[in-house]
Design a protein around this ligand. Structure first.
Ligand code: FDA
Length: 302
């Protein structure tokens, strides 16, 4: 990333929310469920699957966790009622983990149970490293409780992921493999881009060789090519993996993956709590400086 981009990324907390909202609108489906549903309908019409995320994390009050639980049920009802091709992605810290881990487990279990009833699937997002062990435990416990309509996300930047993947592969886990978005210390996470790529490719190979279903979540062309090689080498069927990308990111690459005949799922976030997610996305945008400066100084620029 250029120096100007890094400077803008570091000053994001001081940039007015309205500007951040404007430049990050491409990453968010809207604030209402109806807007997200309409985005999913368009994606499905273009042969893309979706996974829906209600924005918001780090909930500390039971009333808020309960409201989210109700909202998730409406989401599942809409997906099923409108016969959309979409599953859902949830975060333990949104489901009440900071209030009480046991309460969080019950909330997630009840959502997975409802998803099973309407033939849907719940992917558990992976948050920062303070949540890794607990998230894996939640996943394992759900599987031990008999739920198969649930999957987990693994971050290639964490040193521990190799051991985690080997252990989870024994359960034939359904994985999403991503690089990892949170700032983690060099003691526990690779920092170098090439090391993260190398570990990503290694983990992907382990997952696929173990016969696990993998959501290959990346916008990195190098890793997409590596994945193609592994898919070809393993003679994999389309039903054994999917690619995954975030809404608003690298749509040309997305189209080329679909054109090559692979299935692809788009992560569709919506909701009032769009700020934290938007900042994370903007920091990854290699053209962040241009977007932010245009929005600040050319307010009518599209
Ligand atoms: P990289 O960041 O190197 O991006 C490759 C290229 O894509 C860049 O060079 C740029 O051209 C483009 N690009 C990437 N981001 C962009 C952006 N925001 N705007 C414009 N261009 C952009 N993380 C996590 O910790 N826990 C999780 O549960 C998930 N879940 C998840 C689901 C899905 C479907 C995806 C695709 C990603 C995640 N992530 C995640 C995020 C992931 O860890 C990672 O931070 C991003 O995907 C960026 O990594 P890439 O592999 O895309 O490479």
């Amino acid at each position: 990333m250029s120096i100007l981009n890094s400077v803008i990324a570091k000053t994001l907390p001081f940039i007015p929310k309205i500007i951040v909202g404007k430049v990050s609108s491409r990453y968010i489906a809207g604030t209402k469920l109806s807007e997200a549903i309409s985005v999913i309908r368009q994606l499905n019409a273009g042969s893309l699957m979706a996974t829906l995320d209600i924005l918001g994390e780090d909930i500390h009050e039971r009333s808020a966790a309960e409201a989210i639980g109700i909202e998730w049920r409406s989401v599942l009802k809409e997906i099923s009622g409108q016969k959309l091709d979409s599953n859902i992605s949830v975060k333990p810290s949104q489901m009440g983990f900071r209030i009480d881990p046991e309460y969080c487990y019950d909330n997630i279990k009840s959502l997975v149970d409802e998803a099973r009833r309407v033939d849907n699937f719940v992917r558990i997002d992976m948050e920062d490293s303070t949540m890794t062990t607990a998230t894996i435990e939640i996943y394992k416990r759900l599987r031990a409780d008999g739920y198969d309509n649930v999957g987990i996300a693994i971050q290639a930047y964490l040193h521990r992921s190799d051991a985690d993947v080997r252990a989870l592969a024994r359960l034939k886990a359904s994985f999403r493999l991503c690089k990892g978005i949170y700032r983690e210390s060099p003691d526990i996470a690779y920092q170098d881009r090439d090391e993260i790529r190398r570990n990503y490719a290694l983990l992907l190979r382990t997952m696929l060789e173990a016969g696990c279903y993998v959501g290959i979540a990346t916008h990195d062309e190098y890793l997409v090519e590596k994945s193609y090689e592994l898919i070809q080498k393993g003679n994999l069927k389309k039903s054994q993996y999917e690619f995954q990308m975030l809404l608003g990111v690298r749509e040309l690459l997305r189209a080329s993956i679909v054109k090559a005949g692979h299935r692809l799922r788009v992560y569709v976030p919506f909701g009032e709590q769009w700020y934290a997610y938007s900042v994370r996305r903007l920091k990854e945008n290699p053209e962040i400086a241009g977007y932010v400066l245009k929005a600040m100084f050319l307010p009518n620029h599209k």
